[in-house]
Design a protein around this ligand. Sequence first.
Ligand SMILES: [Zn+2]
Length: 219
Amino acid sequence: MWKERGEAFVNIHTHRREGEIYILDISDGKESREGELCSYGLHPLYIRGEEQIVQLEVFARESRIVAIGEAGLDRNSEVTMEIQIRWMEQEILLSEKYGLPLIIHCVRAYPELLALYKKFHPRQAWIIHGYNNNKEILGQLLEHGFYISVGKKVFIEQSNISRFLSFIPRNRLFIETDDSDFPLEKVYEETARIREMSLEELKTGVYGNFQQVFGRREV
Ligand SMILES: [Zn+2]
């Protein structure tokens, strides 16, 4: 259905309905509207109990859900890394079972995340949302085929992502607003400026990636 919309601004991860095409995170229980693309996941900061995994599978079967996420690992969570990894494994299994890409939240747990990737050899795309880590980790993620989504941190001149943004190949890049108030177009403009490419070129690239990853769900 999004083919008709041409090369629209794509927002790969938002909590606030921003962009011409967006994937709305409804993990917090918000209602979706007719035709909206949504993601649902078990955020590592909000792990409570096994019933969440049952709930996740209920969502994963719904047609409005096009991705699982935010899913991931967070060193700042009160939940132990061991439990977070167990939850993430369930999310990976459901991602593979239902053909849903993963939108990943990862804070200071990249070795564990990469270990999971190597353990499961997933067929589904893994998209790191809000990436803002160092060049070495970026290199490892790219080597393993991850997609990298960038957001508000591009406005901070000395942020990791501003410095390493140009190292992300065009065919692995996504743009997001997450929970920020920044207009999506501004994030695109700043990303294009840093990468020394035109806004049109960036839009075309991100839209192509969106089709590549999510296009197979088209009917
Ligand atoms: Zn988010």
